[in-house]
Design a protein around this ligand. Sequence first.
Ligand code: PBG
Length: 331
Amino acid sequence: MAFPIVRHRRLRQSAAMRSMVRETVLTANDFIYPIYVKYGTNIKEEISSMPGVYRFSLDLLEQEIREITSLGIPSIMLFGLPDHKDAEGTSAYDPNGIVQEATRLIKKWAPELVVMADTCLCQFTDHGHCGMVHQDEVTGTAVVDNDPSLSLLVRTAVSQAEAGADVIAPSNMMDGFVAAIREGLDEAGFSHVPILSYSVKYASAFYGPFRDAAKSTPQFGDRKTYQMDPANAREALREADSDVTEGADMLMVKPALSYLDIVRQLRENFDLPIVAYNVSGEYAMVKAAAANGWIDERAIVLEKLISMKRAGADLIITYHAKDASRWLRGE
Ligand code: PBG
């Protein structure tokens, strides 16, 4: 009888053997945990479509921050819910805005925690778009005023850096935002603050729960004239390329799960750290199925997170970060 020449199973026969030949390793150090902050006192409200994720008032935030650092998670991404919205998103660049206040406090409680600030206007504008817009009278679509939006985004980024943000993470998808923010940060004395660009951000239905959480649903039109068409991959390389030219320090692909091919392509084409954003809808799907007892949440979460690293991500922004960190410790 002819024996198989190659036996793949030899290296799979024990847990120790599998562990030795494992190509990708996931650790808490890979995670960035998103946090939603709002004004008020004594608020810790669960987001209904994202069980286990809360909006915090600043007085209840310290305990959450302590938990995150004790789990070994090195970084957070801050999202703010202002109490005032207007056409130009002025609360986004208010020196005493919610993100700025939260940043100052967090840096006091946990100086070593890397605080990333999401730089966008959509939570702060009354129309819910990521830049300044006007509505086309005939078609009803949202027309983005790209270049005037840049100066507002620069003001936002500088105010976040002034408050102590360690990384500026612009998610607005205006053209030229990385160059504008880099110049603005440099001029304001923040040449040392890196930019994590949401370089490749698709116009995705997977952001649905986030928009509930952050109350940032566009009031008219959609984001398709600035976020990318899910059908496009070559365009992702052009987006990433321009951000690298404009001075981005890290590149993001968002969402993650349906776009692992894009993560891989960025990995192969660029040497900058690649960040995958495991977005709200991806989290909600897993939580809903787990709540029904249809899947093994722990196994599914660790499998999907390792798939993002295997695809080429160096870091993962994920709402599962706290649970996953516990599971990776064997808890
Ligand atoms: C702001 C922003 C969004 C997300 C992160 N920053 C929403 C959007 O573009 O509509 C989504 C995050 C998530 O779904 O978890 N522009």
